[in-house]
Design a protein around this ligand. Structure first.
Ligand code: SF4
Length: 140
């Protein structure tokens, strides 16, 4: 979390992946999502302090809530209802966890409080390489 025009909120730590090349999984361990109430209060406070852009970050933003029986759409819907003049920017999302929620997420990206921006690391256009990496999606 930072002050100023841009606020950064870490919405989760860890991930659900097991990518063979990645040390993060060992360092940060399994997904632990921040509670919705905590994130909402943090965003509200940042906006009150003058933030015009709020960046939601995590090792994999798309996985937020899976460990809590929730999904990213629930969180975004709540944050987009907060008062104030601000926009949300989504951090990196793994294709594996993004794909199951993408149909819910795309309409939210048209919201005036959302940046129409996604950061999706496909890593490779080769199914053979994706399998070797244990990314668990295909180039398709
Ligand atoms: S999903 Fe991301 S952080 Fe997790 S193991 Fe794979 S590359 Fe690492």
């Amino acid at each position: 979390m930072t002050g100023g025009a841009i606020g950064v909120v870490q919405i989760a730590e860890g991930c659900l992946g097991s990518c063979r090349y990645c040390i993060t999984r060992q360092a940060r361990e399994r997904l632990r999502s921040q509670p919705e109430d905590v994130i909402s209060a943090t965003v509200r406070m940042l906006v009150k302090q003058g933030a015009r852009e709020v960046q939601l970050t995590a090792q994999d933003v798309a996985s937020w809530g899976i460990d809590r029986g929730q999904c990213l759409r629930d969180l975004l819907s709540r944050l987009l209802d907060l008062p104030g003049s601000f926009r949300l920017r989504l951090g990196m999302m793994n294709p594996r966890t993004l794909l199951p929620i993408i149909d819910d997420l795309i309409p939210l990206l048209s919201h005036p409080k959302m940046y129409q921006f996604v950061h999706v690391p496909f890593q490779s256009g080769s199914d053979e390489i994706l399998t070797a990496m244990d990314r668990r999606y295909t180039k398709e």
